[in-house]
Design a protein around this ligand. Structure first.
Ligand SMILES: CC(C)(COP(=O)(O)OP(=O)(O)OC[C@H]1O[C@@H](n2cnc3c(N)ncnc32)[C@H](O)[C@@H]1OP(=O)(O)O)[C@@H](O)C(=O)NCCC(=O)NCCSC(=O)C[C@H](O)C(=O)O
Ligand SMILES: [Mg+2]
Length: 275
């Protein structure tokens, strides 16, 4: 098992490519990634214009990772979307409703970009390990709205197995795992609770639908000051122990082993990258 790239993706803001105001606002929203959406946020009649609008939106590089969500395999827009994305060369392409590695290969071959895959159907959940292991796959994204509808599930607890399966598949393949959106975008408490739950499950970050949600996700999925301080102390304790020729250290009454040091280094890398 390898670890996801240290570039943090604590927050990934969906922005409808059909909304000029949102397109203008997204790069400055403070999210680690912006997902330019051509799929569900864009009405069928608006799709060609939304595709054209991406050229302007992606013209200026920004600090955020820039990913375009195309319409799915089997829709009338998929091929044109892939072609447009190849020409625009963002940082990645996101495929919705992924149900197998073939869809990943098609997106990778069609765009030449790292592929992100939404897991949001029962078949997608069951095949998440193969999707995550596909060549060129950078991350899995839980699509909790579609998934809830398809499962006829009510609320996140009813989707626990699926969410854990997505994290499990991502971890086994060493790719990033992003949690689904919190649709109640004016409800700060609901968002905080979902972020905390997502982090406990092991997700690296959360997808979002409104700029007002970015700060909470960055805070929840980034290491806290306490975590950074503890990580530093664990590394120091372990290195001091190594210098004395011992195999494990003890800090605050708890054992510190190699695995804790690896986790501590990852925390420091994320904290450093996130500034
Ligand atoms: C939900 C919204 C429709 C609300 O929009 P609005 O009513 O315009 O909100 P505000 O008036 O509060 O907006 C204030 C300003 O912020 C800009 N804005 C709003 N949302 C975004 C955004 N996502 N990115 C960038 N900027 C944004 C507005 O333009 C206002 O700007 P200004 O006028 O200049 O002040 C809207 O937030 C929205 O459309 N959100 C995205 C919805 C979306 O992308 N949905 C699809 C992805 S989620 C999904 O598909 C889940 C998954 O597939 C699953 O199955 O679970
Ligand atoms: Mg969806």
């Amino acid at each position: 098992m390898t670890d996801p790239a240290p570039r943090p993706v604590r927050s990934a803001l969906f922005v409808p490519a059909s909304s000029p105001r949102a397109l203008a606002k997204a790069p400055g929203a403070g999210a680690d990634a912006v997902i330019y959406d051509l799929e569900d946020a864009v009405a069928p009649a608006a799709k060609p214009a939304a595709r054209d609008a991406l050229a302007g939106a992606l013209a200026t590089p920004g600090p955020a990772l820039r990913i375009v969500r195309v319409n799915g395999l089997g829709t009338p827009w998929h091929e044109d979307d892939l072609q447009a994305v190849r020409a625009l060369a963002p940082d990645g392409v996101l495929i919705p409703k992924a149900e197998g590695p073939a869809a990943v290969a098609k997106a990778r071959d069609g765009t030449g970009l790292p592929v992100w895959a939404m897991i949001e159907t029962p078949s997608g959940v069951l095949r998440a390990p193969a999707i995550a292991a596909a060549e060129g796959l950078a991350g899995l994204v839980a699509g909790t709205n579609d998934l809830a509808a398809e499962l006829r599930a009510e609320g996140r607890p009813a989707m626990a197995l699926a969410l854990q399966g997505i994290v499990l598949a991502a971890r086994a393949a060493g790719v990033v795992a992003l949690d689904g959106v919190c649709g109640a975008f004016r409800d700060a408490d609901a968002l905080r609770a979902e972020c905390a739950e997502g982090r406990r499950l092991g997700f690296d970050g959360k997808t979002l639908i409104h700029p007002v949600q970015v700060a909470a996700a960055n805070a929840a999925f980034g290491p806290s000051d306490e975590e950074v301080a503890l990580a530093r102390r664990r590394i120091e304790a372990f290195e001091a122990m190594l210098a004395q020729g011992a195999g494990v250290a003890v800090l605050d009454g708890r054992i510190v082993e190699n695995l804790h040091v690896r986790a501590a280094r990852r925390i420091l890398a994320i904290a450093g990258a996130a500034g």
